[in-house]
Design a binder for this molecule. Sequence first.
Ligand code: ITT
Length: 199
Amino acid sequence: MAYIVVATQNEHKVDEYRELLKDQGVELRSLKEYPNFPEVEENGKTFAENAALKAVAASKYCDVPAFADDSGLEVEALDGRPGIYSARYAPTSAERIEKLLGELEGCENRRARFVCVIAIAINGEVIETFEGEVKGVITAIPRGEGGFGYDPVFQPDGYDQTFGEMAPELKNSISHRANAVKKAVEFIEDEMSVLDSDF
Ligand code: ITT
């Protein structure tokens, strides 16, 4: 079976990718199998640049095909912040949510989108990048214990629940990550036999 490393230190992302790729006939390896993989400095200016940095580093270090995502929340009233700085906006998820709700206090425009850019790399070269998004609003207060990060304050358009309240299967069918994966899978099915070769 073909295999690929998902280059993330975020266990929640690993869980979501396991679910998203379960029917794809690909064996997903996590960085747990490469405990000495060095931290990658995310000094890119875009989601795509940062995703590429992580995927390239892992494909070199692990010597197998790798992919990574860089993702985040863009809030309209904050001119797209926190964006690529979503993980660095505050030290913990709870503090990030508190800071976000503080910045949006009294603000009528609650529009936001989650963005996910996946980069696939082989032998230290980026093969392609894929962007997915999901649009919605930032709620007044956090709701739900599920998911991770900003999920309790993000309510996708067309739904009454936040990502934090949703069953994981539902989040995984409509999320920014799901939409980026769909594009990546289509690309691999159409263009690439390279992942089937023996690495
Ligand atoms: P890796 O770089 O190791 O993958 P990370 O968590 O630092 O792990 P990012 O740099 O891509 O990943 O930062 C993404 C941040 O954006 C993440 O920490 C969350 O705060 C937020 N985020 C991304 N996707 C999310 C999702 O599906 N639900 C909630 N928050 C999300």
